[in-house]
Write a protein that binds this ligand. Structure first.
Ligand SMILES: [Zn+2]
Ligand SMILES: [Zn+2]
Ligand SMILES: [Zn+2]
Length: 143
Protein backbone atom coordinates (compact mmCIF):
# COMPACT_ATOMS: atom_id res chain seq x y z
CA UNK A 1 0.00 0.00 0.00
CA UNK A 2 1.03 3.57 -0.56
CA UNK A 3 1.86 5.73 2.40
CA UNK A 4 0.08 8.81 3.62
CA UNK A 5 2.97 10.83 2.20
CA UNK A 6 2.11 9.89 -1.34
CA UNK A 7 -1.49 10.84 -0.66
CA UNK A 8 -0.33 14.30 0.45
CA UNK A 9 1.83 14.47 -2.63
CA UNK A 10 -1.19 13.93 -4.88
CA UNK A 11 -3.14 16.59 -3.05
CA UNK A 12 -0.27 19.00 -3.57
CA UNK A 13 -0.24 18.28 -7.29
CA UNK A 14 -3.93 19.19 -7.40
CA UNK A 15 -3.25 22.41 -5.52
CA UNK A 16 -0.28 23.31 -7.74
CA UNK A 17 -2.56 23.07 -10.75
CA UNK A 18 -5.30 25.15 -9.18
CA UNK A 19 -7.70 22.22 -8.91
CA UNK A 20 -9.99 21.68 -5.97
CA UNK A 21 -10.11 18.39 -4.15
CA UNK A 22 -13.73 17.53 -4.86
CA UNK A 23 -15.27 14.39 -3.32
CA UNK A 24 -15.28 12.79 -6.78
CA UNK A 25 -11.60 13.51 -7.43
CA UNK A 26 -10.76 12.22 -3.98
CA UNK A 27 -12.74 9.04 -4.64
CA UNK A 28 -10.97 8.53 -7.99
CA UNK A 29 -7.51 9.01 -6.44
CA UNK A 30 -8.39 6.57 -3.64
CA UNK A 31 -9.68 4.05 -6.16
CA UNK A 32 -6.38 4.08 -8.07
CA UNK A 33 -4.27 4.13 -4.90
CA UNK A 34 -6.13 1.12 -3.59
CA UNK A 35 -5.74 -1.05 -6.67
CA UNK A 36 -2.56 0.11 -8.50
CA UNK A 37 -3.94 -1.30 -11.74
CA UNK A 38 -5.08 0.57 -14.83
CA UNK A 39 -8.79 1.22 -15.25
CA UNK A 40 -11.05 2.40 -18.06
CA UNK A 41 -13.44 5.34 -17.50
CA UNK A 42 -16.30 2.83 -17.52
CA UNK A 43 -14.69 0.81 -14.73
CA UNK A 44 -14.10 3.96 -12.69
CA UNK A 45 -17.67 5.04 -13.29
CA UNK A 46 -19.08 1.68 -12.16
CA UNK A 47 -17.22 1.98 -8.85
CA UNK A 48 -18.00 5.66 -8.35
CA UNK A 49 -21.63 5.24 -9.23
CA UNK A 50 -22.29 3.34 -6.00
CA UNK A 51 -21.01 6.31 -4.00
CA UNK A 52 -22.20 9.18 -6.20
CA UNK A 53 -25.54 8.29 -7.72
CA UNK A 54 -25.71 11.37 -9.88
CA UNK A 55 -22.22 10.99 -11.26
CA UNK A 56 -22.41 10.42 -15.02
CA UNK A 57 -19.80 8.95 -17.32
CA UNK A 58 -18.95 12.36 -18.93
CA UNK A 59 -18.10 13.72 -15.48
CA UNK A 60 -15.80 10.74 -14.90
CA UNK A 61 -14.08 11.41 -18.25
CA UNK A 62 -13.55 15.07 -17.35
CA UNK A 63 -12.21 14.29 -13.89
CA UNK A 64 -9.84 11.63 -15.21
CA UNK A 65 -8.45 14.06 -17.80
CA UNK A 66 -7.96 16.82 -15.24
CA UNK A 67 -6.06 14.37 -13.04
CA UNK A 68 -3.87 13.51 -16.04
CA UNK A 69 -3.16 17.20 -16.60
CA UNK A 70 -1.82 17.64 -13.11
CA UNK A 71 0.23 14.44 -13.29
CA UNK A 72 -1.68 12.33 -10.79
CA UNK A 73 -2.90 9.88 -13.41
CA UNK A 74 -1.31 8.77 -16.67
CA UNK A 75 -3.01 7.69 -19.87
CA UNK A 76 -2.16 4.06 -20.52
CA UNK A 77 -2.07 2.89 -24.12
CA UNK A 78 -3.04 -0.72 -24.71
CA UNK A 79 -3.73 -2.79 -27.80
CA UNK A 80 -7.51 -2.70 -27.31
CA UNK A 81 -7.68 1.02 -28.28
CA UNK A 82 -9.82 1.79 -25.24
CA UNK A 83 -8.81 4.55 -22.88
CA UNK A 84 -7.02 3.38 -19.77
CA UNK A 85 -5.69 5.33 -16.83
CA UNK A 86 -3.17 4.46 -14.15
CA UNK A 87 -1.75 6.15 -11.10
CA UNK A 88 1.40 8.16 -11.79
CA UNK A 89 3.65 8.14 -8.75
CA UNK A 90 6.38 10.26 -10.36
CA UNK A 91 4.40 13.13 -11.87
CA UNK A 92 5.41 15.56 -14.59
CA UNK A 93 8.60 16.71 -12.89
CA UNK A 94 10.73 13.84 -14.17
CA UNK A 95 10.77 12.31 -17.62
CA UNK A 96 9.58 8.72 -17.31
CA UNK A 97 7.41 6.05 -18.90
CA UNK A 98 4.97 3.41 -17.76
CA UNK A 99 4.90 -0.34 -18.08
CA UNK A 100 1.81 -2.44 -17.51
CA UNK A 101 1.46 -6.12 -16.69
CA UNK A 102 -0.70 -7.95 -19.22
CA UNK A 103 -1.72 -10.50 -16.56
CA UNK A 104 -2.68 -8.46 -13.50
CA UNK A 105 -2.90 -4.98 -15.01
CA UNK A 106 -0.57 -3.28 -12.56
CA UNK A 107 1.17 -0.11 -13.67
CA UNK A 108 4.79 0.70 -12.86
CA UNK A 109 7.13 3.54 -13.72
CA UNK A 110 10.29 3.31 -15.80
CA UNK A 111 12.55 6.19 -14.87
CA UNK A 112 15.66 5.12 -16.80
CA UNK A 113 14.69 6.10 -20.31
CA UNK A 114 16.94 4.61 -23.02
CA UNK A 115 15.71 7.12 -25.60
CA UNK A 116 16.80 10.39 -23.99
CA UNK A 117 20.22 10.05 -25.69
CA UNK A 118 18.65 10.05 -29.13
CA UNK A 119 18.64 13.69 -30.19
CA UNK A 120 18.66 13.14 -33.95
CA UNK A 121 17.01 10.55 -36.16
CA UNK A 122 16.26 10.44 -39.92
CA UNK A 123 17.54 14.01 -40.18
CA UNK A 124 15.09 15.17 -37.50
CA UNK A 125 16.03 16.96 -34.37
CA UNK A 126 14.08 14.94 -31.78
CA UNK A 127 12.07 17.05 -29.37
CA UNK A 128 9.78 14.56 -27.72
CA UNK A 129 8.74 10.93 -27.62
CA UNK A 130 6.01 8.81 -26.12
CA UNK A 131 6.58 5.29 -25.01
CA UNK A 132 4.40 2.69 -23.40
CA UNK A 133 5.60 -0.76 -22.50
CA UNK A 134 3.76 -3.88 -21.47
CA UNK A 135 5.00 -7.17 -20.10
CA UNK A 136 4.63 -9.62 -17.23
CA UNK A 137 5.47 -8.28 -13.77
CA UNK A 138 7.84 -10.07 -11.38
CA UNK A 139 4.93 -11.14 -9.17
CA UNK A 140 3.08 -12.77 -12.07
CA UNK A 141 6.29 -14.39 -13.34
CA UNK A 142 6.67 -16.16 -9.99
CA UNK A 143 3.18 -17.63 -10.13
ZN1 LIG B 1 4.16 8.06 -14.03
ZN1 LIG C 1 1.35 -8.84 -13.00
ZN1 LIG D 1 11.67 8.59 -22.57
Amino acid sequence: MLSLDSHTQYLNRLKDNGLKLTPRRQAIIHLFMGSAVHLTPEEVWKKLHQQFEKCGLPSVYRNLESLVECGILARIQLADRKKHYGLCTVGHEHHHHHITCIKCGRVDEISDCPLTNITEINGYQVLNHFLQMSGICSHCLEN
